[in-house]
Write a protein that binds this ligand. Structure first.
Ligand SMILES: Cc1ncc(COP(=O)(O)O)c(C=O)c1O
Length: 433
């Protein structure tokens, strides 16, 4: 326990952390957070950090939004848990809300605890409803850290290495990562290449009639904030329909206003068969879910899937309050206008800087990708920029298979001044020699 009133409580806590906390949990910033308010985190020493990580796209409405805090406090005093032993109002109301928010006819909802858990559930549903055993994932995707989700994840070797054998029946096909392709100046060629590879996969490795689902992120998250070219998803939807394969969009990182729409899938003009969601759903309370067509879920016999804690009343109250804030404060719209402005300013800052390979994104899901002198992904620049930002009290996260992309994931309600402050720091960081 930290008892002494010393100057540096961070240091004392971190010593205890080293002693008692499992070191597998890789933390980015060496500070011990005590309090969050809006766009800021405060550590145990009282130092203030501008938080453009939002706990990995979770605190979409900032830290401790007063309306969510009030809803959670009220719920804690009323009912904290029933599990599947009863129904409860928050669960039903949240499922109704999600059914209305998701595109098309995805109006049958299951609630779980984490991103990985909702991905597991979605894949189980797809297998059960289709009676097919295989799944196709896309290179660079991240879907979680359980054994099934590891097998679906190809964003970085760290997540899979040493855990073989992973679950079988999962077949990986390319994602259109245009910048790192053979034809970075021709996005359409990259899309054609991806579909040629998929056809080869069907011809050589897995019979499409054995495939239950495609699982894909609308924008690669951990894989580097990669936005696929226009038209990619329409073609994928067509291939899925042609073979009776379900399309699962993993919106765990992209959902709840982050990209300028409630769900990023809305940008693509398609309706998937299942959408998974988590992170931004409940302002920091643990909650996830997946929405599917009733026609699929009606085939899933009761008891074939379940969870003790999923859809907990306090998490549901938090989600309902948080979604209300996103809607009432028009935060998806804000994410789009402010995000476009941030991207334009970053592109301008990047002019003439060879080490900035690309600035890209959608809404407030923004990536800056770095090159080394030979034009290869630069982990060094990723680390240098993260450190410069941290030293100047701005929290950002790296992603990509080499940590060569810095992602900016501000609260959707970050003020213009907070954005200006962050961009000034980033400009200095990318201008370092
Ligand atoms: C797209 C996507 N799917 C699934 C997950 C797994 O979520 P969790 O860490 O809550 O299990 C993540 C986490 O980053 C994610 O970004």
């Amino acid at each position: 326990m930290v008892t002494a009133k010393t100057q540096d409580k961070n240091k004392e806590f971190l010593e205890l952390d080293r002693k008692y906390v499992n070191p597998v949990l890789a933390r980015q910033a060496p500070i011990v957070a005590e309090r969050g308010e809006g766009s800021y985190l405060y550590d145990v020493n009282g130092d203030k950090y501008l938080d453009f990580t939002t706990g990995i796209a979770v605190n979409n409405i900032g830290h401790c939004h007063p309306k969510v805090v009030e809803a959670v406090r009220e719920q804690v005093g009323k009912l904290m848990h029933t599990s599947v032993c009863t129904h409860h109002t928050g669960y039903i109301e949240l499922c109704e809300k999600i059914a209305h928010l998701t595109p098309g006819d995805l109006d049958s909802v299951f609630l779980a605890n984490s991103g990985a858990e909702c991905v597991e559930g979605a894949i189980k549903l797809a297998k059960y409803a289709t009676g097919r055993p295989a799944v196709i994932n896309f290179r660079g995707g991240f879907h979680g850290r359980t054994h099934l989700c590891m097998a679906l994840t190809t964003s970085k070797i760290t997540y899979r290495d040493m855990y073989e054998p992973l679950q079988g029946g999962i077949f990986t096909t390319p994602f259109p990562y245009v910048l790192r392709s053979q034809t970075p100046d021709d996005a359409q060629k990259v899309v054609d290449y991806c579909f040629d590879e998929l056809e080869l996969l069907f011809a050589q490795i897995v019979n499409p009639k054995q495939v239950a689902a495609f699982i894909i992120e609308p924008i690669l998250g951990e894989g580097g904030y990669v936005v696929p070219p226009e038209g990619f998803f329409k073609r994928l939807r067509k291939v899925a329909d042609q073979h009776g394969i379900l399309l699962i969009m993993d919106e765990v990182q992209t959902g709840f206003g982050r990209t300028g729409k409630m769900f990023a899938t809305e940008w693509e003009g398609i309706v998937p068969d299942i959408i998974t969601m988590a992170k931004g759903i409940a302002a920091g309370m643990p909650l996830s879910g997946f929405a599917a067509r009733k026609e699929l879920t009606s085939k899933w016999d009761a008891g074939r899937h379940g969870t003790t804690f999923g859809g907990n009343p306090v998490s549901c109250a938090s989600a309902l309050a948080s979604i209300k804030v996103i809607e009432e404060e028009k935060l998806a719209e804000r994410a789009l206008t402010a995000g476009n402005d941030i991207i334009a300013r970053l592109k301008k800052m990047a002019e003439g800087k060879q080490h900035v390979a690309e600035v890209r994104g959608r809404g407030m899901m923004i990536g800056i990708e770095f090159n080394d002198a030979e034009g290869h992904p630069s982990k060094e620049w990723g680390e240098k920029v993260t450190k410069h930002c941290f030293d100047n009290k701005l929290l950002v996260l790296a992603c990509g298979y080499k940590g060569h992309v810095i992602r900016l994931i501000p609260p959707l309600n970050a003020s213009d001044r907070e954005i200006d402050d962050a961009l000034k720091i980033i400009e200095n960081a990318i201008s370092e020699k």
